[in-house]
Design a protein around this ligand. Structure first.
Ligand code: ZN
Length: 272
């Protein structure tokens, strides 16, 4: 099996689960996290009913691997919104109604297993080691266009008193500029949003023969996090494209409607 390990992430296998972890987040024993690789598949909302049994088995296996079997799984109904929910003690469940129309979860409570599904969209995993708070954010292209990453920083400031220069943000595998091909309509949505980025056009490659645009959403996310006050050295990019590595990572562009979902997980361990 190929190994996606690089300077920022390490590929591991335990209990039959292949997954990535960020070296930076692994420095903190009080949290757990992972990004799952194929064949684990936590299923999209649209395929949940048909895949429920195997998806639940994969989620339970992830909890076992992370030694978080007692934690409450919190899985929102992701809708490409910019809605971020602070998870409280009573919040738990997979697609529970308290998680409707939600694309980001943040919490300062131990024992909450923040679980989001990804098939090309950008996972942003946040940790504030000073205030012991975590966040898991789904920043697809629509979310990126709505600056959900910067809104997550604000949500953590409001909920936990987090200071941006304490925050760590790890960017898990997602579709990158090499494969994020869009038509003019989507390109214009980005251009009209990011007018404050004077060099926006440098983040775009245009193919005139095919009239297609390739947008560097990775750079947009990094830039908006820096502008929100994160230190550049605390923004860690996995550097992995889901389409380039669709043999190992779920990709909607590569696998089409049958596509599964990779899991990004983060949580605070229970106090002993
Ligand atoms: Zn690629």
């Amino acid at each position: 099996m190929k190994d996606l390990s690089n300077e920022n992430v390490i590929q591991l296998n335990k209990n039959g689960l292949s997954y990535l972890q960020f070296k930076k987040l692994s420095e903190y024993p009080e949290i757990y996290h992972l990004f799952s690789l194929k064949p684990a598949d936590i299923a999209a909302l649209s395929t949940w009913e048909e895949k429920k049994e195997s998806a639940l088995a994969d989620v339970r296996n992830m909890q076992m691997v992370l030694d978080a079997e007692d934690a409450d799984v919190c899985r929102p109904c992701q809708t490409h919104s910019d809605h971020i929910k602070t998870v409280e003690a009573e919040d738990a469940g997979i697609y529970d109604e308290s998680f409707e129309d939600t694309d980001g979860l943040v919490t300062g409570l131990p024992g909450k297993f923040l679980l989001l599904g990804f098939g090309d969209c950008t996972p942003l995993l946040f940790y504030d080691p000073v205030h012991a708070a975590v966040g898991n954010i789904h920043s697809g292209w629509r979310g990126t266009c709505q600056r959900i990453g910067a809104k997550a920083v604000k949500a953590m400031e409001d909920a936990f008193g987090s200071r941006p220069d304490d925050l760590i943000c790890c960017i898990a595998p997602h579709i990158r500029k090499c494969h994020f091909e869009v038509d003019e309509d989507v390109y214009l949505l980005f251009r009209n949003e990011f007018t404050d980025f004077a060099d926006f056009e440098k983040l775009v490659r245009f193919e005139p023969e095919r009239n297609k645009y390739y947008i560097d959403t990775t750079a947009l996310n990094i830039r908006m996090l820096e502008n929100a006050g994160l230190k550049p050295e605390n923004i860690i990019d996995s550097g992995i494209c889901t389409v380039c590595h669709s043999d190992m990572v779920h990709s909607y562009r590569a696998d089409k409607a049958a596509s599964g979902r990779s899991a990004a997980v983060i949580g605070l361990k229970m106090k002993p």
